[in-house]
Write a protein that binds this ligand. Structure first.
Ligand code: PLP
Length: 452
């Protein structure tokens, strides 16, 4: 930090303060983790300065031999770890990985047949008329994904994201009684809507998904099954999700982030079967700019770490800890969406405490517990205030917190929320954002959180 301080001290201070925050608070954001020092060091070096558009052995710049080594090793570790036919490690983030996947499927299913029909190899060789027809066809495709309030992600076809503008989208939800994914309802929606892409995967669903059934549904309606395993990639890598719950053998294409339960650097990745490999490899320049060689190096290191036996133990502890957190909360009278968890997520319905998600998130933050507010299915408070708080165990598991510690975390969360109440806005009307926590509670809990 001394070197940085000599140039821009405010940045050195912000980095130092962030390290302190991450040390002292309880990081329960389900999408966050702590990458290893080896992973961080692989990222912080001069590889960052190299341009390497294209793919391994096929670059648009000279002098890429070291980047070729880095990219091939990262892809090899990814293939071996997940048992995938092909891996593409360039995406800069999860959103980028999903964009690569969408355009790969469109290139395979819409563009390639159009080129065949026009008897040309390249879009540049299409007549103006054929090109206009292809563009219309590309913009006229359908995607079916999990609804946002059931735990789906914005990139699965929702309007604020480019995916919702590219595709006509419909979503499937969860059973109103149980909160669980209803495969018969997904099948019925797929039969009626006939999407080009069926997306499975989630950001806030606390259960496993049966990808064998999802593939059967996709096959029945002629859709490509794409699984976004961003959240649970670490559980797949660590062999906690196997068989029907491992997406890789079932989906034609699988995307992920590398920084969540997988515990790598911030970034994305695409795995696919042989039929999609050539399209996926066109990610740069199709939708990506020059790759980030330093981040690919860090991905290689993190993936190598995930191939070690200790990672399987880590992944198992993530789910054991989530169970312990869920049980601890239930025992203290909390309401959980689906009544529990079988992954790394616990979705707490804070209406039971008389609070909105926004109030609960803020009250917990005051007490050193970092979470994020989240919609619950059919949320009466909408996506901004919400009625839920999403909790996740990957980061605390990395810090060595075990099942007993998670019960203590449940106690701290329950203490804060049961001693917090909504407060009125300045106008005197009920507020969905303002709250008051009983005196001294936040300070006491923050101390216990720091000691954990
Ligand atoms: N897909 C899922 C399921 C996610 O949960 C997220 C991020 O939260 C993303 C994609 C996007 O990842 P990124 O923020 O790296 O673009």
């Amino acid at each position: 930090l001394g070197v940085i301080r000599g140039i821009e001290p405010r940045i050195a201070d912000a980095i130092g303060a962030e390290i302190a925050d991450q040390r002292e608070s309880l990081k329960l954001i389900a999408s966050e983790n702590y990458a290893s020092p080896a992973t961080l060091l692989a990222m912080g070096n001069w590889l960052s300065d190299k341009y390497a558009e294209g793919t391994v052995g096929h670059r648009f710049y000279a002098g890429c031999r070291n980047v070729d080594t880095v990219e091939s090793l990262a892809a090899e570790h990814a293939r071996e770890l997940f048992g995938a036919a092909h891996a593409y490690v360039q995406p800069h983030s999860g959103i980028d990985a999903n964009l690569v996947a969408f355009w790969s499927v469109l290139a395979q299913r819409v563009e390639a047949p159009a080129l065949d029909r026009a008897a040309v190899r390249n879009v540049n060789d299409l007549t103006e008329e054929d090109w206009a027809a292809l563009r219309r066809a590309l913009g006229d495709q359908r995607m079916l994904g999990m609804s946002l309030d059931a735990g789906g992600h914005l990139t699965h076809g929702f309007r604020p994201n480019i995916s919702g503008k590219m595709f006509e989208q419909r979503s499937y939800g969860t059973d109103p009684e149980t909160g669980l994914l209803d495969y018969d309802a997904v099948r019925a929606a797929a039969r009626e809507f006939r999407p080009l892409i069926l997306v499975a995967g989630y950001s806030a669903y606390p259960r496993r998904v049966n990808f064998r059934i999802m593939r059967e549904i996709a096959d029945e309606v002629g859709a490509t099954l794409m699984v976004d395993m961003a959240h649970f990639a670490g559980l797949v890598a660590g062999k906690v999700f196997t068989g029907d719950f491992d997406p890789v053998p079932h989906a034609q294409i699988v995307t992920t982030t590398t920084h969540k339960s997988l515990r790598g650097p911030r970034g994305g990745m695409v795995l696919c079967d042989d039929s999609l490999a050539e399209y996926v490899d066109r990610g740069c320049p199709m939708v990506l700019g020059g790759p980030l060689p330093h981040v690919m190096a860090a991905k290689a290191v993190a993936l190598a770490e995930a191939r070690q036996p200790a990672f399987q133990d880590y992944a198992q502890r993530i789910t054991d800890n989530a169970q312990s957190l869920a049980e601890g909360l239930l025992r203290r009278g909390a309401r959980l969406v689906t009544g529990g968890t079988d992954n790394h997520i616990v979705l707490l319905d804070v209406a039971g405490y008389g609070l909105t998600g926004r109030q609960a998130e803020s009250a917990l933050l005051d007490a050193g517990i970092v979470t994020n507010r989240n919609s619950v299915p059919r949320d009466p408070n909408g996506a901004w205030y919400t009625s839920g708080v999403r909790l996740g165990t990957p980061a605390l598991t990395t810090r060595g917190v075990g099942a007993e510690g998670m019960d203590e975390v449940a106690e701290l969360i329950h203490t804060v929320l049961s001693r917090t109440a909504p407060a009125a806005a300045a106008s005197g009307k009920p507020s969905k954002a303002k709250y008051v926590t009983e005196d001294g509670v936040a300070r006491e809990v923050a101390q216990r959180a720091a000691d954990l």
